[in-house]
Design a protein around this ligand. Structure first.
Ligand SMILES: Nc1ncnc2c1ncn2[C@@H]1O[C@H](COP(=O)(O)OP(=O)(O)OP(=O)(O)O)[C@@H](O)[C@H]1O
Ligand SMILES: [Mg+2]
Ligand SMILES: [Zn+2]
Length: 626
């Protein structure tokens, strides 16, 4: 084994595999501490690393930001030989290589974006055996001389990142990924068996089966890590004044990096516009922008500190900036899976991060219409409707949101204490009578009207429209005066989420009663509703300042100085700021105020290479602030 730190760095011999013995986890932990400066594995990483060190083929499913990369990077340093990593996006590879190099690891990427000299240099390191981790873009796998070179030098581990890209029916399918099997075959030409490890955050069964079939000659061990990301705070709010809700939330977190997802390009532009007006460093990102603009905005978001990106879901894969502190959905996401993936971009460093999802009637109708008007088969649409239903159920969840979310993924959990519903349990009431009135308004008016109209009827509001249809004579007319207009909207929304009423496509969003709704009308079923949702002028999510626990204790003056230094170093080295040190590391330094290298080395994320390269400068900043 060759570690990329220079020869004087005093590499711990214990971490090297003894001849004949398998490297064990204790050795792996030492490398983890020494190179990355992490005190321990994240949940699940240890068993995966252990399996890979033992030479097993493995498929690991871990949530976004769970720490998958480390599971192949660490064994790559411990075991002899070259680890080849296949990854779908060039930008993603470049960031990973930059991060590894900052940790002192010899890593490189062979991609079409490289200059010829760069490729030549990497090839040189492959030939002389000094390269430890090689990232290869999938289209390079079919390039003959890449394959023959790797076949000759020998590959000890083939790691496939974002392995769901091999699934043909999945949303991220990459035809090039289908070449991985052939690539493995080619490497095995000389009779050597190549160990394969595949990683993804997508866990549904069909995708898993397809990954196994396409990538593994024999069944691998499968690791499924829990979905919980306890550092993410979950919150939903009905849209009242979306603009104000978003502005309040973001200004309370000024200076933090965040993403605001919107359903349309127009929405993105609007949001980026008013955030900028409010003095937030915000940028837009959507498919309608010139590629260069998009690229530049993404780069600024990743590289700089505290940029807020207003984006459509086109902004997604490849954004593995670890210190995104919040994700807002300005519109209802598509499914629970996409919701989870999108909020998963926050807090990948494990520090507290906030999420907020806004939803309203218009969203429900829009999503519903998108499904109904889509091209898929009837069965597919039924599936999509069910998935939308699950998301609405999450939006209208009666208790702990995380429990509801995890149970969707088949996981049991205790109330989390880190969601809006745990913090402020919603008031509930027996809504049977209200539901009956709301449903009867739907039926008596012939299941032809939208919520505005139905509410007018319930409130006894004799509008021109109501008069025109003669509905002021209905027994339902004016029977709902005990609730406000807004409350009726909330009630209708909940009826929809509960599957008691349905909205059809069409300009008005005509409401109908479902089979279950009829049961309520006939008195066969009771309904519990949430009072909630009335403007309580915001829970902690829209008001209070965000609270990474440490940040409160940190000397802010010092933290600012450290961030400034980080920016300088990042510019100098032409890497994203987090590659130098993450927020978490800087905050910890600002709390601990290390006086010497030994103390600095104990800080999270300070490995040997970074200590050597940046330690002195960091200590100078600390002592200057004293
Ligand atoms: N044991 C650990 N201790 C502390 N931080 C860790 C640990 N392992 C990984 N991390 C950090 O967690 C962050 C996310 O890791 P990583 O990029 O590997 O996530 P991922 O599982 O690949 O997510 P995605 O599915 O989004 O690609 C990185 O900044 C990484 O350095
Ligand atoms: Mg990853
Ligand atoms: Zn909870």
């Amino acid at each position: 084994m060759q570690l990329a730190l220079d020869a004087t760095s005093g590499w711990d011999l214990d971490a090297q595999p003894k001849p004949g013995a398998q490297p064990d986890l204790a050795a792996a932990r030492k490398v983890l501490k020494r190179v990355w400066g992490y005190p321990d594995f994240r949940p699940g990483q240890d068993e995966i690393v252990e399996a890979i060190l033992a030479g097993r083929d493995a498929l690991a499913i871990m949530p976004t930001g769970g720490g998958k990369s480390l599971c192949y990077q660490l064994p790559a340093l411990i075991r002899p030989g070259l680890t080849v990593v296949v990854s779908p996006l060039i930008a993603l590879m470049q960031d990973q290589v930059a991060a590894l190099r900052a940790f002192g690891v010899e890593a490189g990427a062979l991609t079409s974006a490289n200059a010829p000299e760069e490729n030549a240099e990497i090839r040189g390191k492959i030939w002389d055996g000094s390269l430890e981790i090689l990232y290869v873009s999938p289209e390079r796998l079919a390039v003959g001389d890449t394959v023959s070179m790797l076949e000759r030098v020998g590959v000890s581990l083939l790691a496939v990142d974002e392995a769901h890209c091999v699934a043909q029916w999945g949303h991220d399918f990459r035809p090039d990924y289908l070449g991985i099997g052939a690539f493995r075959h080619a490497l095995e030409r000389n009779g050597q068996k190549i160990q394969v490890a595949a990683f993804t955050a997508t866990a549904d069964e069909a995708t898993r089966a397809e990954i196994v079939e396409k990538l593994f000659p024999e069944d691998p061990i499968v690791f499924m890590r829990g979905f919980d990301r306890p550092n993410l705070r979950l919150a939903f709010e009905p849209k009242r004044s979306a603009r104000k809700q978003i502005l309040d939330f973001v200004t309370a977190r000024k200076g933090q990096a965040g993403i605001v997802y919107a359903a349309s390009r127009r929405g993105v532009e609007r949001i980026a516009g008013y955030l900028c007006e409010a003095g937030i460093d915000a940028l837009p990102y959507h498919a309608g922008l010139e590629p260069e603009v998009r690229q530049r905005n993404q780069e600024r978001f990743v590289r700089e500190d505290g940029v807020v990106m207003a984006a459509t879901i086109a902004f997604g894969m490849g954004v593995d900036k670890p210190d995104v502190r919040f994700v807002i959905h300005a519109d209802l996401p598509k499914t629970v899976e996409s919701y989870y993936q999108e909020i998963g971009r926050a807090g990948r460093d494990g520090a507290p991060a906030d999420t907020l999802t806004l939803y309203g009637f218009e969203d429900m109708k829009l999503r519903r219409r998108q499904i109904d008007e889509s091209e898929g088969s009837e069965a597919r649409k039924r599936g999509d409707r069910a998935r939308l239903g699950a998301l609405l159920a999450l939006a209208e969840a009666p208790s702990c949101r995380r429990q509801t979310l995890l149970s969707y993924f088949g996981e049991a959990a205790e109330p989390c204490g880190n969601c809006d519903l745990c913090e402020t349990p919603p008031e509930r009431f027996d809504g049977t009578v209200a539901a009956q009135k709301a449903l009867s308004a739907i039926l008596r008016t012939g299941q032809r009207f939208g919520v505005e109209y139905l509410t007018a009827v319930l409130m006894g509001d004799a509008t021109d429209q109501v008069m025109k249809f003669g509905h002021q004579t209905l027994p339902t007319f004016g029977c709902g005066a005990e609730h406000t207009k807004n409350e009726w909207r909330t009630i209708y929304r909940q009826l929809y989420a509960l599957g008691l009423a349905d909205v059809s496509v069409g300009d008005y969003g005509q409401w109908t009663a479902t089979e279950e709704g009829w049961k309520v009308l006939r008195g066969e079923r009771r309904v519990e509703l949430r009072k909630d949702a009335m403007p309580k002028s915001g829970g902690r999510s829209s008001r209070g300042a965000p609270a990474p626990e440490l940040a409160d204790e940190a000397d802010n003056e010092l933290l600012r100085a450290l961030k400034h230094k980080r920016m300088e170093l990042a510019k100098e080295n032409n890497v994203p700021a987090y590659v130098i040190f993450t927020d978490r590391t800087l905050t910890e330094i600002a709390v601990v105020r290390p006086r010497d290298e030994a103390a600095l080395a104990l800080v999270h994320g300070v490995g040997e290479a970074k200590l050597k390269r940046f330690g002195r400068m960091v200590l100078d900043v600390v002592s200057a602030a004293a």
